[in-house]
Write a protein that binds this ligand. Structure first.
Ligand SMILES: [Zn+2]
Length: 275
């Protein structure tokens, strides 16, 4: 979608699977089953939608899918399937890895930071050498101080040899005019979302605050969330605004409806849009 001198695209890194129960927390299976069909291991198929924002020479990517640094065991756990990966889909848009100026991480989990680094002849290097990688200081702390509960959610190879590219921020910040980072917490302490306002159009990338369209109701919170009541209050507040101003909402993990507008703020009904 083009708005003024801004262009918005979605690219994806294929699909992967996570436990359906963990994805929906206390929401009973008969309810979430209306949205997702689970496999014999109770896993559901999720998308990996990266938002691309281009304005002049600036190219920002929001979250970076699963990447390719997996051993056989992890490949079978996550059942990653793709026709093309994020890098190939960027090439389809004539975007080379050197062209990317900004990478934004909502948080550090492995399904959001996969293409952060690539393995070149046995050495991990930043995939986007000319980009600043933006993340919250609390996220950086969570990565470095991961414990028994949080460790399985990270692939630490995604943060090796990245020091020259890291831009660690504290709280809300404008990345460049039109692109705002808003710290929400909830899913993790350092979780942030991206709000892009140009003329009368607003795009919001909710990351894991609202991972799929099936999570639109404030009480539908993932079992993974470390601070679920913060997720709840942030969703309530932000969805009021999203409704009032008819924001274009991006759902990072939705394989079927990656973008929508909120049409009713009491029933939380959505209308599909194309970005
Ligand atoms: Zn996450």
């Amino acid at each position: 979608m083009k708005v003024d001198n801004f262009e918005y695209f979605l690219v994806n890194d294929g699909t992967f699977k996570l436990d359906g129960g963990a994805m929906f927390g206390v929401v009973p299976k008969p309810v979430w089953q209306k949205y997702f069909i689970s496999d014999e291991q109770n896993r559901i198929t999720l998308g990996t939608n990266t938002l691309v924002i281009r304005s002049g020479k600036k190219i920002a990517l929001v979250d970076l899918g699963m990447g390719d640094k997996y051993d056989q065991k992890l490949l079978s756990i996550y059942d990653i399937k793709r026709e093309k990966n994020t890098i190939q889909r960027l090439e389809d848009l004539h975007i080379k890895t050197e062209d990317v100026t900004h990478v934004i991480f909502t948080h550090g989990h492995l399904d959001h930071t996969g293409w952060s680094t690539v393995n070149r002849n046995g050495l991990l290097v930043p995939t986007f050498p000319n980009a600043k990688y933006f993340l919250q200081d609390d996220t950086w702390d969570e990565i470095r101080n991961a414990n028994e509960k949080t460790k399985p959610n990270y692939n630490f190879q995604n943060f090796v040899n990245l020091d020259n590219n890291l831009e660690i921020i504290s709280g809300d910040e404008e990345v460049f005019p039109g692109v705002q980072l808003v710290k929400t917490g909830g899913h993790t302490k350092g979780h942030q979302i991206v709000i892009s306002r140009v003329v009368n159009n607003t795009f919001v990338y909710f990351g894991d605050l609202i991972p799929t369209s099936a999570h639109i109701k404030p009480a539908y919170i993932m079992g993974y969330d470390l601070y679920p009541m913060d997720t709840f209050s942030q969703k309530k507040k932000l969805l009021e605004e999203a409704y009032e101003e008819q924001w274009n909402i991006i759902f990072e993990h939705d394989p079927n409806m990656p973008s929508a507008k909120l049409k009713d703020v009491e029933r939380y009904s959505l209308e599909r849009i194309t970005v």
